[in-house]
Ligand binder design. Structure first.
Ligand SMILES: NC(=O)c1ccc[n+]([C@@H]2O[C@H](COP(=O)([O-])OP(=O)(O)OC[C@H]3O[C@@H](n4cnc5c(N)ncnc54)[C@H](O)[C@@H]3O)[C@@H](O)[C@H]2O)c1
Length: 146
């Protein structure tokens, strides 16, 4: 990764995000990592306690559904890249509370994409947006290993 990048990682208090964040913070000391997480029942800052005071890390408690907040993060911190993991991830819960899934997984994702598009102004050189999701979204891999 190029140095001096500002990277927004969403949902990095969760299961996968906490491991991704730790790896990135330790491996790329010249980049700054912003963790945007609203801390639902699935998010726990204990998961990343060991890196909480790293110089290249900032925690922002907030909701990806808050378009104004998301845009202000892009503007204030000159975000160059996004690793988007914030999600309602436990499929069984979607039966009881489908709205929370639509809000975070769909509207929240669109907010992030819009902010990136707005902020990067079609100058996409060196900018990256990774959306980590699931086979329910991307489909199954098929027989890749045969
Ligand atoms: N865990 C797995 O085995 C697995 C497998 C395949 C795909 N995935 C996908 O990877 C992604 C991350 O999964 P995970 O297991 O780390 O999830 P997780 O439920 O452990 O963590 C999700 C994180 O997102 C945060 N969050 C939820 N809604 C938010 C919102 N509106 N704004 C900001 N933060 C919010 C939560 O507080 C939590 O910290 C999901 O898209 C999931 O579908 C996970």
């Amino acid at each position: 990764m190029h140095s001096n990048r500002n990277i927004l990682i969403t949902g990095a208090a969760g299961f996968i995000g906490s491991h991704v964040l730790r790896l990135m913070v330790l491996k790329y000391p010249n980049c700054h990592f912003f963790n945007l997480d609203v801390l639902t029942y699935a998010g726990n800052l204990e998961n990343i306690k060991d890196i909480e005071s790293a110089m290249n890390y900032t925690f922002i408690k907030g909701d990806i559904c808050d378009a104004v907040l998301v845009m202000s993060i892009f503007n204030d911190y000159k975000i160059d890249g996004v690793i988007h993991l914030a999600a309602e991830s436990h499929v069984d819960r979607s039966i009881k509370d489908p709205l929370a899934f639509i809000q975070t997984n769909v509207l929240g994702t669109v907010n992030l994409l819009n902010a990136a598009k707005e902020s990067w102004q079609k100058k996409y050189e060196g900018k990256l947006f990774y959306h980590v999701s699931t086979d329910e979204v991307y489909g199954s891999l098929g027989n890749w290993f045969v």
